[in-house]
Design a protein around this ligand. Structure first.
Ligand code: C2E
Ligand code: CA
Ligand code: CA
Ligand code: CA
Length: 280
């Protein structure tokens, strides 16, 4: 059925659209209860230095298991958490959980050197973000050097001046920052120079076809050259095959993350993984 909104303007409320919105409302309502019902869990994905093979850090990735909805993918619920504002308290939970886990691994003598945590725009725009992060680090008695915050290009570029101020405050406190999904948004190179970031993460869409798509190889090689001239580290995401790994190594990429080295794993498996790497 079409409803006339004005001259020549119609909006269609199709069954598909209705199903979509019913699902959206259901997920958003369930998400409101998820924190208090302890339905979240963190998974950890190890990152590997290419030349030495050592673990340089973990990325914390949020998982949600709902009694009726089951396991909902972050690709579905993170955007809903962002549009509803729920990402602010959820993101704070992620920081607290990851830093306390890291504290337990430090006490056990098996901690990875860094924990990378994803930040959403809404979190980045909270003026008290640096204070919040520092107080969470303090609660876990964790030196700031252990923490790396991942930002996307769009977060930094929609208000670059404000981003410079915020990044300076975090960097000044000893926290490192990286740009996630690099190459998929647009970045201003002059700002990239002004941001005190330490790492670029090459998006997995460029890595996927690296072995047979010359354009993707050129893009990756350009990103690596750019990061070298800016003194940044570069990590490639979504590395699934030995062939991709070898291409990246030859292009001069420092680090990799992906199913080839390890899938994201729960805390118990991550601990076993750390014990193995420390022991070997
Ligand atoms: P992202 O930050 O780009 O995270 C990388 C995604 O790629 C993760 O998906 C990871 O499981 C997946 N991945 C890792 N290695 C491979 C690989 O070799 N091949 C393929 N095909 N995929 C790989 P995941 O965990 O489903 O998360 C999706 C997105 O949700 C993340 O993308 C991030 O944007 C967001 N997200 C996850 N956890 C958080 C969180 O705690 N806070 C915020 N704000 N966003 C989060
Ligand atoms: Ca990320
Ligand atoms: Ca990414
Ligand atoms: Ca992504």
């Amino acid at each position: 059925r079409a409803k006339q909104k004005g001259r020549n303007t119609y909006s269609f409320f199709t069954p598909e659209l209705q199903t979509h919105y019913v699902r959206l409302m259901r997920v958003e309502n369930a998400l409101r209860q998820a924190l208090e019902h302890n339905q979240f869990e963190l998974y950890y994905q190890p990152q590997q230095e290419l030349h030495s093979g050592t673990v340089i850090g973990f990325e914390a990735l949020l998982r949600w298991n709902h009694p009726d909805l089951g396991r909902v993918s972050p690709a579905e619920f993170i955007p809903i958490a962002e549009s509803s504002g729920l990402i602010v308290p959820i993101g704070e939970w992620v920081l607290r959980e990851a830093t306390q886990q890291l504290r337990r691994w430090i006490d056990a003598g098996i901690a990875p050197p860094k924990m990378a945590i994803n930040l959403s725009a809404a979190q980045f725009h909270q003026p008290n973000l640096p204070d919040m992060v520092l107080s969470i680090l303090d609660d876990a008695a964790l030196p700031p050097e252990y923490l790396e915050l991942e930002l996307t290009e769009s977060i930094t570029m929609d208000d670059p001046e404000r981003a410079v101020t915020m990044i300076n405050r975090l960097h000044g406190a000893g926290i490192s920052l990286s740009i996630d999904d690099f190459g998929t948004g647009y970045s201003s190179l002059s700002y990239l120079k002004r941001f005190k970031i330490s790492k670029l993460k090459i998006d997995q869409s460029f890595v996927r076809d690296i072995t047979n798509d010359n354009d993707d190889r050129v893009i990756i090689s350009t990103i690596i050259t750019l990061s070298q001239s800016l003194g940044l580290r570069v990590i490639a995401e979504g590395v699934e095959t030995q062939a991709q790994r070898e291409f990246l190594r030859r292009l001069g990429c420092h680090d990799i993350q992906g199913y080839l080295f390890s899938r994201p794993i729960n805390a118990a498996d991550a601990e076993a993984f750390l014990r193995e790497t420390v022991a070997s």
